[in-house]
Design a protein around this ligand. Structure first.
Ligand SMILES: [Zn+2]
Length: 136
């Protein structure tokens, strides 16, 4: 579906910004007003197959969209979210970054989700994991 929006075969009257490599539009089921999605124009399933240049283009457009949303909606922050790969509960398999506008004291409790992180591992365990991930 996202590829269709880029090509024009699927209408996207709710597009908000675009560049030569990326495309941004409003989510049809927003968490907050102005919740936007930014996608690469060339199909990539997730972070494992997006080209570095396309990912950079997505990042640039995310930054532009965030600034635009602050200016137009009077918000003063945003949360970014990417579900990448089957293990992440990704549901649409064309890489997309959620840009969720936030305002101080709004009623979205992002921390309720963030606080579900696990308890701190032992320092030695964390160091061993860091070594494992760092090594080529
Ligand atoms: Zn696609």
């Amino acid at each position: 579906m996202f590829c269709g929006m880029v090509s024009g075969s699927v209408p996207s009257p709710h597009w908000i910004a675009r560049s030569d490599r990326a495309f941004a539009f409003l989510d049809i089921r927003p968490i907050r007003v102005g919740h936007a999605l930014v996608i690469p124009r060339h199909h990539a399933t997730d972070l494992s197959d997006v080209t570095p240049d396309d990912w950079i283009a997505v990042s640039r457009l995310v930054r532009d969209v965030a600034a635009r949303l602050r200016r137009k909606l009077g918000t003063d922050g945003e949360n970014l979210m990417v579900a990448s790969g089957p293990g992440s509960e990704q549901s649409v398999f064309h890489l997309h970054v959620h840009v969720i506008p936030r305002k101080r004291d709004d009623d979205l409790r992002w921390n309720d989700w963030w606080q579900t992180k696990t308890s701190s591992p032992a320092a030695s365990e964390l160091a061993a994991l860091a070594r494992k991930v760092r090594e080529d």
